[in-house]
Ligand binder design. Structure first.
Ligand code: PMV
Length: 359
Protein backbone atom coordinates (compact mmCIF):
# COMPACT_ATOMS: atom_id res chain seq x y z
CA UNK A 1 0.00 0.00 0.00
CA UNK A 2 1.35 3.45 -0.89
CA UNK A 3 0.66 7.03 0.14
CA UNK A 4 -1.53 7.40 -2.95
CA UNK A 5 -4.16 5.20 -1.23
CA UNK A 6 -4.86 8.11 1.08
CA UNK A 7 -5.37 10.83 -1.53
CA UNK A 8 -8.89 12.21 -1.29
CA UNK A 9 -11.82 11.51 -3.58
CA UNK A 10 -14.44 14.15 -4.33
CA UNK A 11 -16.48 15.79 -1.60
CA UNK A 12 -20.17 16.58 -1.70
CA UNK A 13 -22.69 18.16 0.67
CA UNK A 14 -20.09 20.06 2.65
CA UNK A 15 -21.92 22.02 5.36
CA UNK A 16 -21.26 25.67 6.24
CA UNK A 17 -20.37 24.82 9.82
CA UNK A 18 -20.52 22.15 12.49
CA UNK A 19 -18.49 20.30 15.05
CA UNK A 20 -17.20 16.83 15.77
CA UNK A 21 -15.60 15.21 18.86
CA UNK A 22 -13.31 12.24 19.44
CA UNK A 23 -11.56 10.71 22.42
CA UNK A 24 -8.22 9.05 21.76
CA UNK A 25 -5.93 7.29 24.24
CA UNK A 26 -2.21 7.38 24.79
CA UNK A 27 -0.14 4.23 24.17
CA UNK A 28 2.96 2.67 25.69
CA UNK A 29 5.56 1.05 23.44
CA UNK A 30 6.92 -2.37 24.41
CA UNK A 31 9.40 -2.34 21.51
CA UNK A 32 10.38 1.29 21.03
CA UNK A 33 10.32 3.52 17.98
CA UNK A 34 13.45 5.67 18.19
CA UNK A 35 14.91 6.95 14.94
CA UNK A 36 13.05 8.05 11.82
CA UNK A 37 13.61 9.02 8.18
CA UNK A 38 11.70 10.78 5.42
CA UNK A 39 8.46 12.28 6.66
CA UNK A 40 7.81 10.47 9.92
CA UNK A 41 8.80 7.00 8.77
CA UNK A 42 10.20 4.66 11.41
CA UNK A 43 13.65 3.08 11.21
CA UNK A 44 12.38 -0.05 13.00
CA UNK A 45 9.14 -1.80 13.85
CA UNK A 46 7.51 -0.96 17.19
CA UNK A 47 4.63 -2.50 19.12
CA UNK A 48 2.55 -0.92 21.88
CA UNK A 49 -0.32 -1.41 24.25
CA UNK A 50 -3.03 1.16 23.67
CA UNK A 51 -4.05 2.65 27.04
CA UNK A 52 -7.53 3.45 28.39
CA UNK A 53 -7.50 6.08 31.13
CA UNK A 54 -4.90 8.47 29.71
CA UNK A 55 -6.65 10.11 26.78
CA UNK A 56 -7.28 13.37 24.96
CA UNK A 57 -10.75 14.61 24.05
CA UNK A 58 -10.89 16.97 21.11
CA UNK A 59 -13.82 18.91 19.69
CA UNK A 60 -13.25 20.40 16.28
CA UNK A 61 -15.52 23.31 15.31
CA UNK A 62 -15.46 24.17 11.62
CA UNK A 63 -16.85 27.04 9.60
CA UNK A 64 -16.61 27.66 5.84
CA UNK A 65 -14.40 30.59 4.84
CA UNK A 66 -13.58 32.38 1.58
CA UNK A 67 -10.00 33.44 2.31
CA UNK A 68 -6.93 31.39 1.33
CA UNK A 69 -4.55 29.63 3.74
CA UNK A 70 -5.21 27.98 7.09
CA UNK A 71 -7.17 29.55 9.86
CA UNK A 72 -7.34 27.82 13.23
CA UNK A 73 -7.08 28.40 16.95
CA UNK A 74 -6.15 25.85 19.61
CA UNK A 75 -7.67 25.80 23.11
CA UNK A 76 -6.48 23.60 25.98
CA UNK A 77 -9.01 23.30 28.82
CA UNK A 78 -10.78 26.40 27.49
CA UNK A 79 -7.67 28.59 27.25
CA UNK A 80 -6.08 29.65 23.97
CA UNK A 81 -2.72 27.87 23.54
CA UNK A 82 -0.80 29.77 20.91
CA UNK A 83 2.27 27.73 21.84
CA UNK A 84 0.68 24.64 20.20
CA UNK A 85 -0.16 26.41 16.96
CA UNK A 86 3.16 26.14 15.05
CA UNK A 87 3.05 22.34 15.54
CA UNK A 88 -0.55 22.21 14.25
CA UNK A 89 0.38 24.43 11.33
CA UNK A 90 3.17 22.02 10.35
CA UNK A 91 0.70 19.13 10.79
CA UNK A 92 -1.80 20.85 8.44
CA UNK A 93 0.97 21.41 5.87
CA UNK A 94 1.67 17.68 5.86
CA UNK A 95 -2.05 16.81 5.68
CA UNK A 96 -3.15 19.31 3.04
CA UNK A 97 -2.50 16.93 0.15
CA UNK A 98 -4.67 14.27 1.78
CA UNK A 99 -7.38 16.58 3.19
CA UNK A 100 -7.80 19.54 0.82
CA UNK A 101 -10.72 20.91 2.88
CA UNK A 102 -8.22 22.16 5.48
CA UNK A 103 -7.96 25.44 3.56
CA UNK A 104 -11.70 25.78 3.01
CA UNK A 105 -12.68 26.07 6.66
CA UNK A 106 -11.61 27.92 9.77
CA UNK A 107 -11.22 25.65 12.77
CA UNK A 108 -11.45 25.99 16.50
CA UNK A 109 -9.69 23.03 18.12
CA UNK A 110 -10.78 22.48 21.72
CA UNK A 111 -8.77 19.88 23.54
CA UNK A 112 -8.39 18.53 27.05
CA UNK A 113 -6.42 15.64 28.55
CA UNK A 114 -7.55 13.21 31.23
CA UNK A 115 -4.07 13.52 32.77
CA UNK A 116 -2.57 16.77 34.06
CA UNK A 117 -0.72 18.78 31.41
CA UNK A 118 2.26 19.11 33.75
CA UNK A 119 2.43 15.36 34.43
CA UNK A 120 5.29 14.73 32.03
CA UNK A 121 3.04 12.27 30.16
CA UNK A 122 3.38 13.04 26.48
CA UNK A 123 0.05 14.21 25.07
CA UNK A 124 1.28 14.15 21.47
CA UNK A 125 0.12 10.57 20.73
CA UNK A 126 -3.38 11.05 22.16
CA UNK A 127 -3.66 14.67 21.00
CA UNK A 128 -2.56 14.16 17.41
CA UNK A 129 -4.63 11.00 17.00
CA UNK A 130 -7.76 12.71 18.41
CA UNK A 131 -7.37 15.59 15.94
CA UNK A 132 -6.63 13.22 13.05
CA UNK A 133 -9.82 11.28 13.88
CA UNK A 134 -11.95 14.45 13.92
CA UNK A 135 -10.59 15.44 10.50
CA UNK A 136 -11.03 11.94 9.14
CA UNK A 137 -14.62 11.89 10.36
CA UNK A 138 -15.31 15.05 8.34
CA UNK A 139 -13.79 13.47 5.27
CA UNK A 140 -15.92 10.35 5.76
CA UNK A 141 -19.15 12.32 6.04
CA UNK A 142 -18.36 14.48 2.99
CA UNK A 143 -17.04 11.72 0.73
CA UNK A 144 -19.24 10.88 -2.17
CA UNK A 145 -18.28 7.19 -1.98
CA UNK A 146 -18.92 4.79 0.89
CA UNK A 147 -15.85 4.45 3.14
CA UNK A 148 -15.01 1.14 4.83
CA UNK A 149 -14.08 1.09 8.54
CA UNK A 150 -10.75 -0.40 7.51
CA UNK A 151 -9.94 2.55 5.25
CA UNK A 152 -11.14 4.99 7.92
CA UNK A 153 -8.85 3.47 10.57
CA UNK A 154 -5.85 3.21 8.26
CA UNK A 155 -6.14 6.75 6.97
CA UNK A 156 -6.74 8.12 10.51
CA UNK A 157 -3.59 6.32 11.65
CA UNK A 158 -1.70 7.53 8.56
CA UNK A 159 -2.72 11.14 9.27
CA UNK A 160 -1.95 10.85 13.01
CA UNK A 161 1.54 9.59 12.14
CA UNK A 162 2.22 12.79 10.25
CA UNK A 163 1.57 14.70 13.49
CA UNK A 164 3.55 12.45 15.85
CA UNK A 165 4.90 9.04 14.87
CA UNK A 166 3.68 7.15 17.92
CA UNK A 167 0.19 8.70 17.50
CA UNK A 168 -0.48 6.24 14.67
CA UNK A 169 -0.60 3.47 17.32
CA UNK A 170 -3.49 5.10 19.24
CA UNK A 171 -6.43 4.59 16.86
CA UNK A 172 -7.10 0.94 17.67
CA UNK A 173 -6.06 -1.49 20.41
CA UNK A 174 -5.05 -3.31 22.51
CA UNK A 175 -1.80 -4.25 20.70
CA UNK A 176 -0.66 -2.23 17.70
CA UNK A 177 2.29 -2.74 15.36
CA UNK A 178 3.83 0.08 13.37
CA UNK A 179 6.65 -0.36 10.86
CA UNK A 180 6.98 -2.93 8.12
CA UNK A 181 8.31 -6.25 9.40
CA UNK A 182 8.94 -9.36 7.28
CA UNK A 183 7.30 -11.64 9.88
CA UNK A 184 4.12 -9.57 10.21
CA UNK A 185 1.80 -9.56 7.20
CA UNK A 186 0.24 -6.20 6.39
CA UNK A 187 2.55 -4.30 8.74
CA UNK A 188 3.36 -0.90 7.29
CA UNK A 189 5.63 2.09 7.80
CA UNK A 190 2.71 4.32 6.85
CA UNK A 191 0.20 3.43 9.61
CA UNK A 192 -0.36 1.22 12.63
CA UNK A 193 -2.10 -2.14 12.32
CA UNK A 194 -3.66 -4.46 14.87
CA UNK A 195 -1.25 -7.14 16.08
CA UNK A 196 -2.45 -10.06 13.95
CA UNK A 197 -1.36 -13.20 15.83
CA UNK A 198 -2.49 -15.21 18.84
CA UNK A 199 -2.24 -13.44 22.21
CA UNK A 200 -2.24 -15.49 25.43
CA UNK A 201 -4.79 -14.62 28.13
CA UNK A 202 -1.89 -13.53 30.40
CA UNK A 203 -1.80 -10.33 28.34
CA UNK A 204 -5.51 -9.51 28.53
CA UNK A 205 -6.26 -6.19 30.26
CA UNK A 206 -2.56 -5.78 31.04
CA UNK A 207 -1.99 -3.11 33.68
CA UNK A 208 0.20 -0.01 33.35
CA UNK A 209 0.57 2.26 36.37
CA UNK A 210 2.40 5.42 35.38
CA UNK A 211 4.61 6.79 38.16
CA UNK A 212 5.04 10.54 37.80
CA UNK A 213 8.66 10.97 38.83
CA UNK A 214 9.32 14.22 37.03
CA UNK A 215 6.51 16.46 35.93
CA UNK A 216 8.61 19.10 34.21
CA UNK A 217 8.96 19.95 30.56
CA UNK A 218 10.66 17.23 28.55
CA UNK A 219 14.44 17.68 28.74
CA UNK A 220 14.79 16.51 25.14
CA UNK A 221 11.93 16.76 22.63
CA UNK A 222 11.27 13.60 20.66
CA UNK A 223 12.15 15.47 17.44
CA UNK A 224 15.63 16.13 18.82
CA UNK A 225 15.83 12.59 20.23
CA UNK A 226 14.98 10.93 16.90
CA UNK A 227 17.45 13.28 15.22
CA UNK A 228 20.25 12.07 17.48
CA UNK A 229 19.88 8.59 15.96
CA UNK A 230 20.99 9.93 12.56
CA UNK A 231 24.73 9.80 13.15
CA UNK A 232 24.58 7.51 16.13
CA UNK A 233 27.41 4.93 16.26
CA UNK A 234 25.07 2.17 17.47
CA UNK A 235 22.02 3.06 15.38
CA UNK A 236 22.08 0.10 12.99
CA UNK A 237 22.55 -2.42 15.82
CA UNK A 238 19.69 -0.80 17.71
CA UNK A 239 17.29 -1.04 14.74
CA UNK A 240 18.27 -4.69 14.23
CA UNK A 241 17.79 -5.42 17.92
CA UNK A 242 14.30 -3.88 17.90
CA UNK A 243 13.28 -5.92 14.87
CA UNK A 244 14.67 -9.08 16.52
CA UNK A 245 12.74 -8.29 19.71
CA UNK A 246 9.55 -8.11 17.66
CA UNK A 247 10.20 -11.67 16.45
CA UNK A 248 10.81 -12.86 20.04
CA UNK A 249 7.62 -11.16 21.20
CA UNK A 250 5.52 -13.05 18.66
CA UNK A 251 6.43 -16.30 20.49
CA UNK A 252 5.98 -14.68 23.89
CA UNK A 253 2.51 -13.33 23.11
CA UNK A 254 1.52 -16.81 21.95
CA UNK A 255 2.98 -18.82 24.84
CA UNK A 256 2.21 -16.32 27.63
CA UNK A 257 5.83 -16.55 28.86
CA UNK A 258 5.92 -13.57 31.22
CA UNK A 259 9.60 -13.98 32.17
CA UNK A 260 10.60 -13.63 28.53
CA UNK A 261 8.17 -10.71 28.17
CA UNK A 262 9.83 -8.93 31.11
CA UNK A 263 13.29 -9.45 29.65
CA UNK A 264 12.33 -7.97 26.28
CA UNK A 265 10.35 -5.03 27.65
CA UNK A 266 12.90 -3.93 30.26
CA UNK A 267 15.76 -4.37 27.82
CA UNK A 268 13.92 -2.21 25.26
CA UNK A 269 13.44 0.58 27.83
CA UNK A 270 17.10 0.51 28.80
CA UNK A 271 18.23 0.42 25.17
CA UNK A 272 16.23 3.55 24.45
CA UNK A 273 17.94 5.31 27.35
CA UNK A 274 21.32 3.86 26.38
CA UNK A 275 20.90 5.45 22.95
CA UNK A 276 20.38 8.81 24.63
CA UNK A 277 23.42 8.33 26.84
CA UNK A 278 25.66 7.41 23.90
CA UNK A 279 24.59 10.06 21.39
CA UNK A 280 26.28 13.41 20.83
CA UNK A 281 25.18 15.49 22.61
CA UNK A 282 24.39 12.91 25.31
CA UNK A 283 21.58 12.97 27.86
CA UNK A 284 20.60 11.13 31.01
CA UNK A 285 16.81 11.22 31.12
CA UNK A 286 16.41 9.09 34.25
CA UNK A 287 16.36 10.76 37.65
CA UNK A 288 17.68 9.21 40.88
CA UNK A 289 14.09 8.26 41.75
CA UNK A 290 13.69 6.48 38.40
CA UNK A 291 16.60 4.20 39.35
CA UNK A 292 15.31 3.78 42.89
CA UNK A 293 11.96 2.61 41.51
CA UNK A 294 13.62 0.20 39.06
CA UNK A 295 15.67 -1.33 41.88
CA UNK A 296 12.59 -1.68 44.09
CA UNK A 297 10.71 -3.41 41.27
CA UNK A 298 13.58 -5.88 40.79
CA UNK A 299 13.80 -6.57 44.52
CA UNK A 300 10.03 -7.09 44.81
CA UNK A 301 10.10 -9.45 41.84
CA UNK A 302 12.96 -11.48 43.36
CA UNK A 303 11.27 -11.72 46.72
CA UNK A 304 7.72 -12.48 45.60
CA UNK A 305 7.98 -14.13 42.17
CA UNK A 306 5.72 -11.37 40.82
CA UNK A 307 5.72 -10.72 37.07
CA UNK A 308 5.75 -6.95 37.45
CA UNK A 309 8.20 -5.04 35.23
CA UNK A 310 8.93 -1.54 34.03
CA UNK A 311 9.25 0.39 30.84
CA UNK A 312 10.25 3.99 30.18
CA UNK A 313 9.49 6.64 27.61
CA UNK A 314 12.05 9.28 26.72
CA UNK A 315 11.82 10.77 30.21
CA UNK A 316 12.07 10.03 33.93
CA UNK A 317 8.56 8.64 34.53
CA UNK A 318 8.23 4.89 35.02
CA UNK A 319 5.49 2.73 33.51
CA UNK A 320 4.91 -0.24 35.82
CA UNK A 321 3.51 -3.14 33.78
CA UNK A 322 1.83 -6.19 35.34
CA UNK A 323 -0.74 -8.86 34.51
CA UNK A 324 -4.37 -8.27 35.52
CA UNK A 325 -4.35 -11.14 38.04
CA UNK A 326 -1.68 -9.30 40.07
CA UNK A 327 -3.59 -6.00 40.11
CA UNK A 328 -4.39 -6.00 43.84
CA UNK A 329 -0.92 -7.02 45.11
CA UNK A 330 1.03 -4.77 42.77
CA UNK A 331 -1.24 -1.78 43.51
CA UNK A 332 -0.51 -2.08 47.20
CA UNK A 333 3.22 -2.50 46.49
CA UNK A 334 3.09 0.70 44.41
CA UNK A 335 1.26 2.59 47.14
CA UNK A 336 3.45 1.40 49.99
CA UNK A 337 6.87 1.39 48.30
CA UNK A 338 6.98 3.27 45.00
CA UNK A 339 4.66 6.25 45.47
CA UNK A 340 7.18 7.91 47.80
CA UNK A 341 9.52 8.38 44.82
CA UNK A 342 6.87 10.19 42.73
CA UNK A 343 6.31 13.96 42.66
CA UNK A 344 3.64 14.59 45.30
CA UNK A 345 3.17 10.82 45.51
CA UNK A 346 1.27 10.86 42.21
CA UNK A 347 0.66 8.00 39.83
CA UNK A 348 -2.06 7.00 37.35
CA UNK A 349 -3.52 3.50 37.10
CA UNK A 350 -4.17 2.52 33.51
CA UNK A 351 -4.67 -0.64 31.48
CA UNK A 352 -4.59 -1.84 27.89
CA UNK A 353 -7.65 -0.66 25.97
CA UNK A 354 -9.46 -0.87 22.67
CA UNK A 355 -8.57 2.47 21.10
CA UNK A 356 -10.29 5.71 20.16
CA UNK A 357 -14.01 6.45 20.21
CA UNK A 358 -16.29 9.01 18.68
CA UNK A 359 -18.07 11.18 21.28
O1 PMV B 1 5.92 9.87 18.57
P1 PMV B 1 7.18 10.53 19.00
O2 PMV B 1 7.90 11.18 17.85
O3 PMV B 1 6.93 11.47 20.14
O4 PMV B 1 8.20 9.42 19.51
C1 PMV B 1 7.91 8.62 20.64
C2 PMV B 1 9.06 7.77 20.99
C3 PMV B 1 8.92 6.94 22.26
O5 PMV B 1 7.78 7.30 23.00
C4 PMV B 1 10.13 7.18 23.14
C5 PMV B 1 8.88 5.46 21.93
C6 PMV B 1 7.62 4.95 21.29
O6 PMV B 1 7.71 4.05 20.48
O7 PMV B 1 6.53 5.43 21.66
Amino acid sequence: MSEATFLPGTYSNQPQSGRISWRSPSNIALVKYWGKHGVQLPKNTSVSFTLSNCFTETTLHYKKKETAGYNFEVYLDGNREEGFEPKISQFFDRLQKYLPFLEQYSFRIETSNSFPHSSGIASSASGMSALALCLMDLERSWSGAEMTDDHFDKKASFLARLGSGSACRSIDGPLIVWGEHPEIDNSSDLFGTKYPFEVHSNFMNYRDTILLVDKGEKQVSSTVGHGLMKDHPYAEQRFEQANANIVRLIDVFKSGDLDAFIEIVESEALQLHAMMMTSLPYFILMKPNTLEIINRIWKYRNETGSKVCFTLDAGANVHVLYPANEAAEVSSFIESELAQFCKNGSFIHDLAGIGAQSL
